[in-house]
Design a protein around this ligand. Sequence first.
Ligand code: NAD
Length: 487
Amino acid sequence: MVVKTDRVFGNYLNGRWKEKDQSPIESINPSNTKEIVGYVQNSKAEDVEEAVEAAETASRPWRKLTGAERGSYLFKAANILEERLDDIAETLAREMGKTLPESKGETARGVAILRYYAGEGMRADGDVIPSTDSKALMFSKRVPLGVVGVITPWNFPVAIPVWKIAPALIYGNTVVFKPATEAAVTAAKVVECFADAGLPDGVINFVTGSGRVIGDALVGHEKVHGLTFTGSEQTGRQIGRTAAERGAKYQLEMGGKNPVIIAEDADLALAVEATISGAFRSTGQKCTATSRVIVAEEVLQPFQKLLVAKTKEITIGNAIDDGIWMGPSASEAQLKTVLDYIEIGKQEGADVLCGGERMTGGNFTEGYFVEPTIFSNVKSDMRIAQEEIFGPVIALIVAKDLEDALAIANDSRYGLSASIFTTNIQKMLTFIEDMDAGLVRVNAESAGVELQAPFGGMKSSSSHSREQGQAAKEFYTSIKTVFVKGQ
Ligand code: NAD
């Protein structure tokens, strides 16, 4: 499939693609920075104004459709996304550096999410509640918020927008979507699927550009009644403050510093495979990526040896090439962050067991490649054990026993996901009970989210609401309580 590298994508406002920017922003391929993947608009606050006005005008007619009617648009969008899967996955791989198989998997997930929520339009959305008046009928029903602002990061440019936009729409909201600029070409192609599904004008609007300019305009807009955000903690907190001040409903999904515990009775081969997959797939750029590996001292040596040996087998290169298991960091800024943390780890006194360097020369010359890196001798209070790196770097920390391992695992401001490897059922149960994380997994890697299950973090990872599955309804609707009495 040929990708048009010179293509300029407009904003999608009130049912029309609009290119008005004379100097659009270029989107670069992090595997080969000589390649421009496409261009997007460098929008202004007035474009957000136009988008919100369109979304507000579309809101009443859209909410008056039946759930089944709204669902039929989502089914159409799912079919279109499925037809374009290869092209969109390739764009994703080129724009963000996620390997092609993972990009295809993510796009297929987008299709599945759309179909899941399309069906939700037919589900019951309220309860009958016994009234104290025997002649009355009392019930609750779910109603939409109105206009929802969707702000997304670059690391899942298909799945995250879809898991926000699909429930927003099915529950009767209209949308203004602002993607991360680093992956905005992929996001534009996702919006094209909604547009080509024939959604009424203004139901979905798309505006690209700087977070500070258009993000602020969207977050501060009095006609935007709900804000759903995934991204860094710093941006999320700011969005939360602004939304709270003006009384908008908001939902924040932010960072993680996800641990895996390797108990002394773990299946080490399984644990190593899952640690590598959890830590290094997507170049460590998943919010649920494994970044702390807490190992029982009895098995430290064999685990470490196997982990290093298997890590050295990872094939690294251009995200769209066959046989590549790990691509580059997604941007120059991300590469710099990763390299800075590797330096910090060395200065803090941790030992580099493998990796630790930027990859240069040959096919790596024009990309943001960094070696998968394992630090040992890490103490829980070191910065590399506390701060989110968002790259292929793991910190090995030794634990005396499960109690110690859990204390280390919980010694974090974050609480997004966590996993344990053990064959002992009591250890599994203790971990499930005592681990402070929104997603806990047993004998499986820390990364792994299923679209039909609630997803979100504890502590500083989230604003404590949940996304996906049935939980999405909580955010995208308000409850109206109805009391009806005849004469
Ligand atoms: P980011 O916070 O830099 O950007 C996220 C989005 O916010 C982008 O669209 C950006 O343009 C926008 N933005 C920036 N400033 C803004 C402002 N002032 N007002 C409104 N919007 C603004 O995050 P990122 O670098 O794109 O993504 C990486 C982060 O996302 C990591 O911290 C990662 O853990 C987190 N993440 C979390 C989850 C989760 O579900 N918890 C999932 C994926 C990624």
